[in-house]
Design a protein around this ligand. Structure first.
Ligand code: ATP
Ligand code: MG
Length: 746
């Protein structure tokens, strides 16, 4: 029972109260997540519940991984068998097993926002909907928010009730669902909605999961939306052993349909629910917690909570005003360097949080300059890149031939002489014949009015047919090699845009590595690799998952991504009215919007354990405009006695004429395309060119087209070529083959 001795009284009560509905409502850093892990351990060890009978829902995949590890640390083996995952991953797992009960195939595709937009665009075109008045992103977000509230297309249409705008959107919604079904595809919202449909339409399936999950727990419950609420309700209906934990002050996903009422109304939905409150914060210093409490106090709609801490007082909150966003980056990097050198801090102690992704670029550049290793969470995700999406689209078609969006994406990529008219003809044909798009492609001989393209389509069909043979027998490595070879994709990149070709082929190299690693992983476990499973992995990696634990790096991310995490030192950058709170929230005239921003600020402040810095810039260039914003109202909500204000006045040691934008600079420097395709995988097989002469030596700074600036650590002669080890602040140490790496001395 030792491990439960470190819990305080209400925490212990929450751990041991295992039967019936339980709401744990408490402020930040009070140990809610910690209670969940201990509760799982307690159920297994003391109540002898089988691990796989416990389901725990977390907000990110990263949190799920962490929770699984913590449980394992607490109880040893067995922890792995607890079903810990996000809503989305859980639903994918359930649907892969049973979705064929409701009209889909089990190898369905998962459409991301981009795929979904494409589908919407097509429908709009066919329905002659003017994009001047209806933006596809607007329609998609209306559909998404309807889905989040479990409003189907027909119900949506009913609600329109004469409202022309809603009427039009409802028609798109109806057609959109039809096409998804035809493509055997689900968008992200569907993953949840279809699981609800499945449970509601097939009681036997629900019964299976009732028997499986005797105990259900949900972390960050304040950010669940309507469909998630329904899912939990369905799953917990039999045993009612449901424990939800959350903090209404940290509800920050209203724009994605999160409904704070789910937590506020818990007691009325689940009669006899026990409510436990935690009031002691273990994370932050008195000053940090005081600041957080004072800020959030300004929100009117909230359950008032007491939150105190035994921790020491700590430093005051540092508020620093600078003249420009460049100085802001400078101040932050200087502070980190000093902390590392003088105070014994490590890089991973630091997190830099900001309101929008656009703020990250200058901060990154500052870190590169200072040689500080960092990890950026978010931004343009690897899987959003064009080349990655292209290759994945090939894999999707090979996995699920009814996926029309994927098929159309790649039918003429790389260019193979299949024009838009040919594609349209195929589409018209299958619309009438009721076949899928790829069936039309395979049936090209029967389609009238196609002349020139016919031969090319037939060749494409043949190639896909051949590739599918590898996919079907699970020969995935071979499949990838053949795919790149036969499509000539990498060569086509050169013709497309020589400047970006090298970086793109490297990205593909990374995808190849990922697939290889996946296959080897499966084989080591004695299991068959499958394309379906690989694509599932790929579709569900949330950005936060790029965060690796043992990495000694400064973390950069948005305030939204930081939920649930903690760091010894936190910077909140861009504390300006118009940026944070956002311009939109200030101008909507809705008190709810400002209150949501304030909750986000509360989340930010409460991530900090020992030190908190807030920076505001007098002028800021963002999205190409320079703004002169006043200091954020949230800063002025912190009482003066908790605040230490400083002003930095333009003494930054950055030279005027020094290029500020390293990324643009990198793009400007034309690097010749020398790299063999995906050299990260097959480097050793590439014959080295003769007479390699290097113009850099160990200790020099060099620039790599993808990894940016780094320092040469070691040069080794390796056969006919040199192997160069370079330390890149943003990517760590890399071993590169000199003649392929494209390193430039700077
Ligand atoms: P958030 O609202 O930010 O998600 P939380 O309520 O989930 O926070 P935890 O992350 O579980 O809080 O805990 C915050 C910190 O306090 C962690 O470092 C945790 O280990 C520590 N902690 C929680 N309870 C105790 C305790 N009883 N004794 C010592 N440390 C504790
Ligand atoms: Mg938590």
């Amino acid at each position: 029972m030792d491990k439960y001795a470190t819990l305080n009284e209400p925490q212990r009560e929450a751990v041991m109260c295992t039967e019936g509905p339980l709401l744990l409502l408490a402020g930040a850093g009070s140990g809610k997540t910690r209670v969940l892990t201990h509760r799982i351990a307690y159920l297994i060890e003391e109540k002898h519940v089988l691990p796989w009978k416990i389901m725990a829902i977390t907000f990110t995949n990263k949190a799920a991984k962490e929770m699984r590890e913590r449980v394992e640390r607490l109880i040893g083996a067995g922890g792995q068998d607890v079903w810990v995952s996000t809503f989305h991953s859980s639903c994918v797992r359930i649907l892969r097993r049973y979705i064929d009960e409701i009209d889909y195939d089990r190898n369905f595709s998962i459409y991301d926002t981009d795929d979904a937009k494409k589908l919407i665009r097509e429908i709009m075109k066919e329905y002659n909907i003017d994009p001047k008045y209806f933006k596809e992103s607007m329609i998609l977000s209306e559909i998404s928010s309807a889905k989040n509230q479990l409003i189907g297309p027909k119900a949506f249409q009913k609600q329109a009730d004469g409202d022309m705008r809603k009427e039009i959107i409802s028609r798109v919604y109806i057609e959109y669902q039809k096409r998804l079904l035809k493509n055997n595809a689900l968008d992200f919202d569907d993953l949840l909605c279809k699981t609800v449909d499945l449970f509601e339409q097939r009681p036997k399936v629900l019964e299976y999961y009732h028997n499986l999950f005797q105990y259900i727990m949900v972390d960050e419950y304040q950010d669940t939306n309507g469909v998630q609420f329904r899912l939990v309700k369905l799953l917990a209906d039999k045993h009612k052993n449901l424990c939800v934990v959350g903090d209404d002050d940290q509800s920050i996903y209203r724009f994605r349909g999160a409904d704070i009422r789910n937590i506020l109304d818990f007691e009325s939905v689940y009669k006899n629910a026990k409510v436990i409150r935690l009031e002691q914060n273990y994370r932050s210093t008195k000053n940090i917690l005081g600041a957080a409490n004072e800020v959030i106090r300004n929100n009117r709609k909230r359950k008032v909570k007491k939150l105190w801490t035994d921790n020491h007082e700590g430093e005051r909150i540092h508020h620093v005003q600078v003249n420009s966003e460049v100085e802001e980056a400078q101040f932050i990097t200087d502070t980190i360097v000093r902390g590392i050198e003088d105070e014994g801090h490590e890089y991973y102690h630091y997190a830099i949080l900001y309101r929008t992704n656009a703020q990250s670029r200058l901060l990154e550049e500052g870190l590169v300059r200072a040689g500080i290793p960092y990890r950026l969470v978010g931004g343009v995700s690897f899987y959003q890149r064009k080349e990655i999406k292209d290759i994945i689209a090939y894999l999707k078609v090979l996995n699920n031939s009814t996926d029309e969006v994927a098929a159309k994406r790649i039918i003429n990529v790389p260019k193979r002489g299949i024009g838009a008219t040919t594609v349209e003809r195929i589409q018209e044909y299958v619309n009438i014949s009721g076949q899928s798009f790829m069936e039309g492609v395979n049936d090209i001989e029967s389609i009238p009015n196609i002349s020139r393209g016919k031969k090319n389509v037939a060749e494409f069909a043949m190639m896909m047919h051949d590739l599918k043979a590898f996919a079907d027998r699970g020969a995935l490595k071979r499949l990838m090699d053949e795919l790149l070879e036969r499509t000539g994709y990498i060569e086509s990149l050169k013709a497309d845009d020589a400047l970006k070709a090298e970086e793109r082929s490297e990205n593909i190299g990374e995808l190849v590595s990922k697939l290889y690693a996946y296959v080897e992983d499966r084989e080591a476990a004695g299991e068959e690799p499958s394309l379906n499973e690989f694509l599932e992995d790929v579709a569900l990696v949330a950005d936060i998952d790029q965060l690796e634990d043992d990495d000694n790096k400064v973390i950069l991310m948005t305030l939204h991504s930081a939920k649930g995490l903690e760091f010894p030192v936190v910077f909140m950058a861009g504390m300006e009215d118009g940026l944070f709170p956002s311009f939109m929230s200030m101008n909507s005239g809705l008190i709810e919007d400002i209150e949501e921003e304030r909750r986000l600020c509360y989340v930010g402040i409460t991530r900090a354990q020992d030190k908190l810095y807030m920076t505001s810039s007098r002028s800021r260039m963002l999205y190409g405009n320079t703004n002169y914003n006043p200091v954020s109202r949230f800063v002025s909500e912190i009482p003066a006695e908790l605040l230490e204000s400083n002003s930095v006045s333009g003494q930054s040691d950055i030279q005027e004429n020094e290029p500020m934008n390293l990324i643009e600079e990198r793009a400007r420097r034309k690097t010749a395309f020398k790299q063999k395709p995906y050299s990260t995988v097959t480097a050793s097989a590439i014959p080295a060119p003769e007479g390699v002469v290097l113009d850099y030596a160990a200790g020099d700074l060099v620039k790599h087209p993808k990894y940016g600036i780094g320092q040469v650590k070691l040069i080794e002669a390796g056969g006919a070529d040199y192997q160069v080890t370079v330390n890149f602040p943003s990517h760590g140490k890399k071993k590169l083959i000199a003649s392929f790496a494209g390193l430039k001395k700077i």
